[in-house]
Design a protein around this ligand. Structure first.
Ligand code: MRU
Length: 367
C-alpha cells in the first residue's frame, strides 16, 4: 500500500539475495524505518519483539526465517531447530504454525542441498498468496459495505469501527479488515473509520491511523471504551475486525477488547464482521475460549506508554503507581454467536461449522 505515494509491501527479499527486509513497526508512526534480517535469530526476534506483527505477516516472516536458517544449516536437525525456534516466538496467531508446518512438509523430504532454495521460493509464494487472499477479502467485503452504504441518507459516510491493526501492516499487503475499506474508498464510496486506539500497544492509534492517513481514508482515533457509546448514538454502521485464530466452529480470537466490541455491537444491532483469511482458521480447534492459548505479555506494556514529546524525542513514561501489579492478556475470544459473518477470500460465511465447511470443503493446502 501507499507510504507518501510509494507502494510498499511489509516484507520483501533483500536485493543482496541473502536477506529479507521488513518495515520496523516498533518505530511507527513517528518514524518510517526498514530493518534487514539475515539469520534465524534475527527473524525470531523480529516476530517476538513485534517489529513485525499481525497474524498473516507473522506467518510470512516465519517462512522467510526458515529460509535464513537453512542457509546456515540445512540438515534435518537444523530444520527441526528452526521450526521449533520460530514456533515458540508467539503462541496465539495460528498463521505461524500454518506457515511453518507447510514448510516442514515441503522441505523434510528434500535433499539438504536443495532445501534453502525451496524454502525461499515457498516464502515468496506465501507472501503472494497472502496478497491475493486479502484482495479477495476486500472484494467480498466491498459487497457488504456497498449494501450498507445504500441504506444511508445521501451524502452521509458509512461509519466503520475497527479494532487493533488488521491493515496492510498486519499482512503482506492490503490488510484483512481494511481491504474492503481501501477498495471502497478507492471506488468513491464515502467511508469513515473509527479507529480503536487498542491499548496497551496502541496498534490502532499508531498503525491503523497511520495507514489510513497515508491512504487518505477519513478516520478518527477513539479510546477503546468509546465504541459502545458511539453505537448507542447510531454513529457506527458496522464493525470489521481481523483474527489471529478462528476455530472450526467460528469462534474468533483477536486482539484483547474485540469481545467487548462484539457485545456492544450485539446490544445495539450493529453488524459485527470478521475478515478471515483461510490460513487463520485452526481446523483442529472448536471451542475458542477453552482451547486457544492466549499470549500473556509483559506488564510493562500496561504500566508504561511510549510516545513523542513536544520536542520531537521519543519518551517512555509510567502511567500506573509504582508497586501496582498489572496483567496483560493480549487476545480474547469472541464466540461465534456474536458474529454477523466471516468475510473470507471465498466469500462471506456465517460463523458456524457448516458455514466454514461449505466455503472450504477442501481445507486449503497446509491448513
Ligand atoms: O499483537 P498483534 O499486533 O500481532 O495482534 C494483531 C491482531 O490482533 C490483528 O487484529 C490480527 O492479527 C489480524 S491481522 C490481519
Amino acid at each position: 500500500m501507499n507510504v507518501q505515494g510509494k507502494h510498499w509491501r511489509t516484507i520483501w527479499p533483500g536485493a543482496d539475495g541473502e536477506s529479507v527486509e521488513i518495515i520496523d513497526q516498533t518505530r511507527l508512526p513517528h518514524e518510517f524505518a526498514t530493518a534487514r534480517l539475515t539469520t534465524l535469530d534475527e527473524a525470531a526476534h523480529a516476530i517476538r519483539a513485534m517489529l513485525v506483527r499481525g497474524a498473516p505477516l507473522i506467518g510470512a516472516t516465519a517462512a522467510y526465517g526458515l529460509w535464513l536458517a537453512l542457509r546456515a544449516d540445512a540438515s534435518d536437525a537444523g530444520l527441526r531447530h528452526a521450526h521449533t525456534t520460530l514456533l515458540a516466538t508467539r503462541p496465539t496467531a495460528i498463521n505461524l504454525r500454518w506457515a511453518l508446518d507447510r514448510a516442514l512438509e515441503l522441505l523434510q523430504p528434500l535433499p539438504a542441498a536443495t532445501r534453502a532454495t525451496a524454502a525461499q521460493r515457498l516464502a515468496a509464494r506465501i507472501c503472494d498468496e497472502d496478497v491475493a487472499i486479502n484482495r479477495g477479502i476486500g472484494e467480498a467485503g466491498l459487497t457488504i459495505l456497498r449494501a450498507l452504504a445504500a441504506r444511508k441518507p445521501a451524502g452521509q459516510p458509512l461509519n466503520i469501527l475497527t479494532h487493533c491493526n488488521a491493515g496492510w501492516l498486519a499482512t503482506v499487503d492490503w490488510g484483512t479488515a481494511t481491504a474492503p475499506i481501501y477498495l471502497a474508498h478507492d471506488d468513491g464510496l464515502k467511508v469513515h473509520v473509527w479507529v480503536d486506539e487498542t491499548r496497551p500497544r496502541n496498534q490502532g492509534a499508531s498503525l491503523t491511523a497511520w495507514e489510513l492517513l497515508n491512504h487518505g481514508v477519513p478516520h478518527t482515533v477513539i479510546v477503546d471504551n468509546a465504541g459502545g457509546h458511539l453505537m448507542q448514538h447510531g454513529q457506527v454502521d458496522l464493525v470489521i475486525v481481523g483474527t489471529d485464530r478462528t476455530t472450526a466452529d467460528g469462534d474468533v480470537c483477536n486482539k484483547i477488547g474485540t469481545y467487548l466490541k462484539a457485545l456492544a455491537a450485539r446490544d445495539n444491532g450493529v453488524p459485527f464482521y470478521v475478515a478471515l483469511p483461510s490460513p487463520s482458521i485452526d481446523w483442529t480447534v472448536r471451542d475458542g475460549v477453552r482451547e486457544i492459548p492466549i499470549e500473556e505479555r509483559t506488564p510493562a506494556e500496561v504500566t508504561h506508554l511510549t510516545g513523542r514529546t513536544a520536542g520531537g524525542a521519543l519518551a517512555t513514561i509510567r502511567v500506573t503507581p509504582e508497586g501496582s501489579p498489572a496483567a496483560n492478556p493480549a487476545f480474547d475470544v469472541t464466540p461465534a454467536r456474536l458474529i454477523t459473518g466471516l468475510i473470507t477470500e471465498r466469500g462471506v460465511a456465517p460463523a458456524t461449522a457448516a458455514g466454514l465447511r461449505e466455503l472450504f470443503p477442501d481445507r486449503p493446502a497446509g491448513s
